[in-house]
Write a protein that binds this ligand. Sequence first.
Ligand SMILES: Nc1ncnc2c1ncn2[C@@H]1O[C@H](COP(=O)(O)OP(=O)(O)OP(=O)(O)O)[C@@H](O)[C@H]1O
Ligand SMILES: [Mg+2]
Length: 511
Amino acid sequence: MENEIILETKNIIKDFPGVRALDNVSFYLKEGEVLGLVGENGAGKSTLMKILSGAYPFPSYSGEIFWKGKKCEFSRPKDSEETGIAIIYQELNLIPKLTVAENIFLGREPTVGKTGIISWKRLFNQAKELLNLLNISIAPDENIENLSIGKQQMVEIAKALSYDARILILDEPTSALTDHEIESLFKMINSLRERGVSMVYISHKLDEIFEITDRVTVLRDGKTVGSKLTAELTRQELIAKMVGRDIKDMYPKQTVQINEAVLEVKDFFVNHPFLLGEKVVREVNFQARKGEVLGIYGLMGSGRSELLTAIFGSFPADSAGEVCIEGKRTDIRSTHQAIDYGLGLVTEDRKLFGLVLGMGVGENVTLSSLEKLSWYQIIRKQQEHEVIEKYTQSLKIKTPSSETTVGTLSGGNQQKVVIAKWLATDPKILLLDEPTRGVDVGAKVEIYQIINGLTKKGVAVVMVSSDLPEILGMSDRILVMHEGRMVKEFLKGESTQEKIMFYATGGNDGS
Ligand SMILES: Nc1ncnc2c1ncn2[C@@H]1O[C@H](COP(=O)(O)OP(=O)(O)OP(=O)(O)O)[C@@H](O)[C@H]1O
Ligand SMILES: [Mg+2]
């Protein structure tokens, strides 16, 4: 039986100052289908979903939305929610200090008779029932702050479904999940699909799109370019539709002459942030050489991000060991000193450490290189302008102007601003933590080209990534971390995904 269309949009137009985010988008979703929504950074995916969830209320957009063939208008999130649409944003919206049950039924807690007093027993029972139904093994009385990101997301989904949602929108749901959590999420998606729930799945991870979706719709520059059943689509075709050109080589690694070590890390330790006496990085020793891309692979929790952040001087009181730069021992006690030594760090969490969201694109780009651009505290405007121009162009940052507030850029474009900021400091050693997370396929290749350019200039690039093909495709040498230790080194061409995973998951060769 052909499933019916449950939701349809016609000619949606949405403007922001200086940019048309959606330009006549028509789109439909059938009952019980998982629709992949893909497109470059800034294509309009999140904006379209925010319109469907009532976050951008009518009439801030034009065009029509139909629910089961009937025209509807959402003037606030509640309207969309009551219709049966739930959205899980990438930044989760739970209250950390409250329990799972309280979060799920916030504002709708069952009360004792008509007293207005919360019936905790019924609250926890209701939550338990719902979690059981969804096969989620989380205790309803657990505090949200004690749960991993993956579990928190499950709670968000449970909450969404407690409103009896018929459509669930997932905007880049797996970017902070472990492989295991992704597996559970996919199980959940499959069982919801069986129960007739429709889903929109947004992701830049094309493997996921091919694994979990039934159909794919591609947006480009605010327009729908096409829609096809996933089974009838090839990867090449999908990429070409997204970026408007063929990408032949996803990993255009250029090997250059590798010279002496510029960074040497010896017997490095980092303390656990709150467990006294525990360590998240233990006895780590490694070198990074001029012109080299050193890939570091580790599962979530292996200490990979802590290692980079600590080398960069972020926790001087909680890390110990030697860091030598160009053969000289350093005593980096702050990130400011790290920058003076020629280090740069592109962080994993751009919202927390990477950007000042309320400031302009340009200001963010030059944030870490102001000293270089200043002359006795006076910023040389012309030079600053040139730097901003150079990087917004070479990284193809999509922004109406360099004054535009960074927080309004699409996720992937924010990531490019973080990278631009560190390139502008002209580092000798660039530490990259998940540099292409949330970045579209085309822009990924651009970032790899930038890495090539850096190594050609003799920069040492240390890249932590949980994207195995990226690690394999771009590294000259690969280190594998497990539980805070470096457990294996592979030279270029020696490793495979399977071999890396073996060591990353605690396997050892007995030596
Ligand atoms: N609140 C806002 N104010 C101004 N411009 C915005 C706002 N939100 C989005 N935009 C702009 O609208 C366009 C579409 O952005 P959107 O976030 O929908 O892209 P996206 O497809 O989700 O991209 P990504 O894959 O990077 O998340 C971009 O050019 C973006 O800069
Ligand atoms: Mg988005």
